[in-house]
Structure formats: structure tokens, C-alpha cells
Design a protein around this ligand. Structure first.
Ligand code: FES
Length: 106
């Protein structure tokens, strides 16, 4: 399984196995990683699963859809590499990916 490196806002790192096809959000929830709330359960409507993909992995993660991008616009904390973690499905190519979690979701 690919290893995803979640990094909390305070620098605390969690390297966890996440099965292919599972979302980055679910991977964090399954491993009890703090920093993702996911109020809508992954329906893509709440923005409480905001994460930042490390720039070197942005291309691997792919681009946000128009709907996702519009949702991200409501966040004050949006960055260029922001994504909704429930909308990113893990693939084998993501092994080692670094995903940062915003302070606003604690
Ligand atoms: S969990 Fe609600 S938008 Fe991702």
C-alpha cells in the first residue's frame, strides 16, 4: 500500500499506509490523525477536510475539479496547493506523498 505522510500544522508527522482508491480524507480518519474534520463525510460540500498537497506532489495528485475549486474559494486559508482531501483518491504513484493539514481544522 502507498505510504502517505500527513503533517499536522505543528509539524507532527504521521506516515501511514493508505489503500489505493481510498481518499486522503478517509486515510487520515482511519488512522485517527487530527487536523481533518470531514463534517459531510466526504460528499464534497463542507470544506472541513482541507489539506495542502506538498508542491512536488501536486501533479501526481491532479487538479481540483471546477466544483472543488469553487468550494475551496470560500476558505481564508486556501493556498495554491489546497485540495479537499475527500476528493483525492490514493494511487500507487502517491507512495511517499506529503499532505499538510491546516491549523484551522483543530
Ligand atoms: S469531507 Fe466534506 S468536503 Fe471533504
Amino acid at each position: 500500500m502507498p505510504i502517505i505522510n500527513y503533517v499536522e500544522f505543528n509539524g507532527k508527522e504521521h506516515a501511514v499506509d493508505v489503500a489505493e482508491g481510498v481518499s486522503l480524507m478517509q486515510g487520515a480518519m482511519d488512522n485517527m490523525i487530527e487536523g481533518i474534520i470531514a463534517e459531510c463525510g466526504g460528499c464534497g460540500v463542507c470544506c472541513t477536510c482541507h489539506c495542502m498537497i506538498d508542491p512536488q506532489w501536486a501533479e501526481t495528485a491532479g487538479a481540483a475539479t471546477k466544483d472543488e475549486s469553487e468550494l475551496l474559494e470560500i476558505l481564508d486559508t486556501r493556498e495554491e496547493n489546497s485540495r479537499l482531501s475527500c476528493q483525492v483518491r490514493v494511487t500507487a504513484a502517491m507512495d511517499g506523498m506529503v499532505v499538510r493539514l491546516p491549523e484551522s481544522q483543530y
